[in-house]
Design a protein. Structure first.
Ligand code: HEC
Ligand code: HEC
Ligand code: HEC
Ligand code: HEC
Ligand code: HEC
Length: 409
């Protein structure tokens, strides 16, 4: 066996080894110090020093030390965030850095921290006392703190980078039409009303069945989405944003319309969708008088009026959820499909079919509507065709009299 040679540089070995040794010692110290700086004991000592400096040593004795938690029995949450975030209820640290900063007053005036803790609003892992674990995202913890860093990593287009927090607000406030302090969610709720999403989706037990029930869509795990067509981040949030901008991009055969949403609208809607979770809180933690989401009296009155007019059939049958029939005074709030006053003419140019053929052998959205949401017998289909002809006749009559009026001037 060949004998291993001695080092060719015997005299240089020692200094090199010594240098490496010293480096190791230094880096260990640096790591220990930086680790200590992340420790809750460090933050507590620092906060005590800040209070002493500002209000004197006597006041500083009021700063608690040791592990602290808020135990919210009703929600079975033990939030230890205040172990580090000691300045929450103190005045005078409004401009301090985290975790020493005074909390904005409004939210915790209406939601006292003894009753609400921290994580119901912020997310995060209440039990943890290490910064990374407390704020998430970490393995086995699905609810990271929804703060500014999260907003930035999701490229939130809103001016308020911390707005994702509002998803948690809406877990409790889902039945509010509007919630003060949750503008992103308010905007999305308005879009859901204006665009008539309920024509196809049940939300809070009201709506159509062409698309899936969205009441608890936020409980769906990211793994349940097909992310294969997504570029960039593969999160449920990113999936929804892409889907809202163009449903066909992620679900090629969907009949969900492309509403032409821009990034801001799509992100607001994505946040709203993810907020529709089963609330892990008792009923009396959920505001909203009736805890339902009824139509407004105006909406009910409008519907009632249309039900007795000449377009009553379209209202009673439910076509008006998606279609106006302006010739018969039927106005759809959502207007997801075209005005049916001219359908007799339009099915020909749009689908190359007579209206009879279209109703009997529908394609596109109407094939889903007539198979799942409004199932008509052959007789009822004949009535539908008849009604469409009547609407068209009325439309032509109105057009003729309008032209007559115009030419008489
Ligand atoms: C170990 C100490 C520690 C604990 C425990 C802790 N934090 Fe923090 N927190 C910090 C520090 C330090 C910062 C500032 C640096 C940073 O963002 O990591 C911070 C920042 C924050 C921010 C602002 C960050 C952003 O992205 O907007 C929020 C919100 C927050 N913490 C909430 C919480 C909540 C809620 C809990 C309890 C679940 C909690 N923290 C527990 C130390 C802590
Ligand atoms: C009712 C909901 C609610 C509760 C409960 C609540 N917060 Fe907040 N918190 C807010 C809101 C709203 C803001 C302002 C966020 C913003 O302006 O972006 C905020 C801001 C903060 C910030 C500053 C974040 C930043 O980016 O400036 C920290 C840190 C924080 N809260 C920690 C806590 C801790 C710790 C608790 C528990 C003791 C707590 N919060 C309880 C709603 C709440
Ligand atoms: C754990 C459930 C819960 C969470 C999370 C929550 N709230 Fe509330 N909120 C309530 C309850 C309960 C009330 C009291 C309602 C009442 O008195 O009818 C309330 C009251 C309010 C009020 C006052 C309403 C009024 O009538 O004056 C506002 C505004 C509000 N919340 C906004 C928010 C915002 C913004 C957030 C998120 C930062 C939030 N809430 C998070 C449950 C919650
Ligand atoms: C013409 C019917 C129709 C309308 C109107 C419609 N959708 Fe959909 N939606 C669907 C169908 C069908 C699907 C299932 C296929 C898919 O994912 O695109 C769907 C899927 C969805 C999903 C994914 C659900 C899941 O389980 O992951 C969300 C979220 C959604 N729609 C939200 C909305 C919102 C918000 C609106 C209003 C802005 C809306 N939809 C309007 C038909 C519709
Ligand atoms: C959930 C929404 C929805 C409902 C409810 C609905 N439609 Fe439609 N309908 C559409 C959409 C969207 C189109 C446009 C075609 C497409 O996208 O495939 C359409 C197209 C049509 C057309 C072709 C019109 C044209 O101008 O080309 C007719 C006719 C029609 N629908 C009749 C009806 C009748 C009758 C009812 C009630 C029995 C009804 N629809 C209910 C969504 C709906």
């Amino acid at each position: 066996m060949e004998k291993r040679t001695d080092s060719p540089y015997p005299r240089r070995d020692l200094p090199v080894l010594t240098a490496i040794g010293i480096l190791l010692v230094i880096s260990t110290i640096v790591f220990a110090v930086s680790d200590h700086r992340k420790d809750w004991r460090y933050y507590q000592a620092e906060f005590k020093r800040m209070v002493t400096e500002k209000y004197g040593a006597e006041k500083a004795t009021l700063v608690p030390s040791g592990m602290k938690q808020i135990w919210v029995a009703d929600m079975r949450r033990a939030d230890r965030c205040i172990t580090c975030h000691q300045g929450v209820l103190w005045k005078g640290f409004e401009t301090a850095d985290h975790p020493y900063k005074t909390h904005p007053v409004d939210p915790i005036r209406t939601h006292p921290i003894e009753k609400f803790g921290c994580t119901a609003c912020h997310g995060g892992q209440g039990y943890a006392v290490q910064s990374e674990e407390a704020h998430g995202p970490v393995r086995f913890w699905e609810e990271p703190v929804l703060g500014k860093s999260m907003g930035e990593s999701y490229s939130l287009a809103s001016d308020d980078k911390g707005a994702l927090l509002q998803m948690n607000c809406n877990v409790c406030h889902r039945f509010d039409r509007e919630t003060k302090g949750a503008d992103l969610i308010n905007h999305a709720k308005k879009l859901v009303r204006d665009k008539g999403c309920r024509a196809c989706h049940v939300v809070n037990s009201r709506g159509g069945t062409i698309g899936p029930d969205l009441t608890f869509v936020g409980d769906k795990a990211a793994e349940q989405y097909d992310m294969s067509r997504l570029g960039g981040q593969k999160t449920a949030f990113a999936w929804h944003v892409t889907h809202f901008k163009n449903p066909k991009e992620v679900v090629p055969d969907t009949v969900m319309p492309n509403f032409g949403f821009g990034t801001k609208d799509a992100q607001a809607l994505a946040a709203l969708m993810l907020s529709w979770r089963r609330a892990p809180v008792p009923v009396d933690y959920r505001p909203g008088v009736a805890r339902t989401d009824p139509q407004t009296p105006e909406e009910v009155a409008e519907e009632q009026k249309m039900k007795t007019g000449p377009g009553a059939w379209f209202v009673k049958t439910g076509c008006f959820i998606c279609h106006s029939v302006s010739a018969l005074g039927v106005k759809s709030a959502a207007q997801i499909g075209p005005d049916l006053s001219t359908a007799v003419e339009d099915t020909q140019s749009r689908f190359g079919k007579t209206v009879d053929d279209f109703i009997k052998n529908p394609t596109g959205t109407m094939s889903v509507v007539l198979a799942r949401q409004i199932v008509l017998t052959d007789q009822e289909k004949d009535v539908a065709i008849q009604k469409l002809r009547e609407a068209y006749a009325e439309h032509q009559k109105q057009k003729a009299s309008n032209t007559a009026v115009a030419s008489s001037h």
